[in-house]
Design a protein around this ligand. Sequence first.
Ligand code: UDP
Length: 539
Amino acid sequence: QSQELSHVRIDYHAALLALQEQGTRMVCTGKMHTDRICRFDYLCYCTEAEEFIFFHSNASVMLPNLGPRRFQPALLDLSSVEDHNTQYFNFLELPAAALKYMPKPVFVPDVTLILNRFNADNLMHIFHDDLLPIFYTMQQYTDLDDEARLVFMEGWGEGSHFDLYRLLSSKQPLLKEHLRNFGKLMCFTKSYVGLTKMTTWYQYGFVQPQGPKANILVSGNEIRQFASFIMDRLNITTEERPDGDDYIVVFSRASNRLILNEAELILALAQEYKMRTVTVSLEEQTFASIVQLISGASMLVSMHGAQLITSMFLPRGAAVIELFPYAVNPEQYMPYKTLASLPGMDLQYISWRNTIEENSVAYPDRPWDQGGIAHLEKEEQERILASKEVPRHLCCRNPEWLFRIYQDTIVDIPSFLEVLREGLKVKPNLKKSKPASVVHPGRVRQPKCQTSVQAAHEAKLSVSWQIPWNLKYLKVREVKYEVWIQEQGENTYMPYILPQQNYTFSENIKPFTTYLVWVRCIFNKNLLGPFADVLICKT
Ligand code: UDP
């Protein structure tokens, strides 16, 4: 099988010579192991030892050259989940001379991206931890193109949606277990190791309870561009539908966390919104057909769960309604709320929680990973059964959390409709939702101040400026300016919002005083520009 990857013979000798003489070369980005991606020439992998190998020669490069800090705790994170101790990457070192005594290497000619998938059996994890980061890591390095080879080193099988990974490049992705087929020593001619974390928005609660990441760097724009790429690869086209053909999708789960009165819920939705309502489930439809439906829906209603990641395929203006079982607080589990609320996703998000215990069906006798609690001490079982809300907890095996989240629910229709009426400020409307402008103002130009003293206690401060340079090329609904005036030495300032390009301040302006003045432009209330250089104005 080694022929599949290796070059023709002449290239093989050239490659072997290059490896022997040049050794491995590595150049990375990132100051820390958590933000590092490394590019390698001739990174090798020993399938027997299950270790990557760096061959030292006179021409080797290792940047950063960390010395033993390379093990504190690792060179980099192999998955997009930050600093997880099961996801570290490192390599063993050998002198290139050792190649003489080693099995003949098999060379991988494709530009390769080497990474760990985090949880390939869960749709949310597949998208959030793997597909989006892989897609944008490939955008970052132009030689990771459609011919790139993906290699998944976490050691799992294909997982439940392997076809989705196949969409990212034209080459079959390789699993760790496949590597053995290529021989004892494989050398990747050119490879990248690691994934960007720029696109992730959620942390799963390994060190602190789960929640949105502290510093989210992705907007709805990038999510939607990725979503269109995926739809394109799935051959999904969004056709224009006639007016009045709006519909609601209820995404149901067939094996657990059920909605027990689904028919009643569907009827209520259809009556309330005068829209047809369809159900989908991963057990009944193909992923592509589900995405096709969701991409035209006005509303997506679902129990909390990984299937809600498909809300990224909803059109702008649509609504996401997430249902939570009894004793689960929606505020503490918000991967899908965070997604829907990213600037530029343009989705409305509402959560509903079951507050009626009798409307809940729990499964204490199931295995622990499906929410069973029979294995716990009697006292602990009783405490859980009496609790009205799961307290904050860390990932991932909290029995009380699993017990509650795997309950089935009868959705109380009156309270459900009330939450919708309350929460949906506007009727979900797809036709009107165009992407909002994202263009920020430039700096205001030629800011100036003039001062005059009127009397012993009266002075004036006139500030003027020119419009930002980019404004003359833009149609902006509302242009305003913000002026901050700070008396030198004071630590507070007075802020003003002005529609015009000059203003004379006289209130609170004292004679013979130095003021620091900052001016910036604001488009449409929330697009803030940078401040111009501070003006120093003496009255
Ligand atoms: N799943 C499903 N139907 C079900 C239960 C689960 O399709 O009835 C899918 C779910 O979408 C996810 C995977 O199986 O991709 C694992 O589900 P789990 O309950 O472990 O995770 P969660 O949905 O809570 O993230």
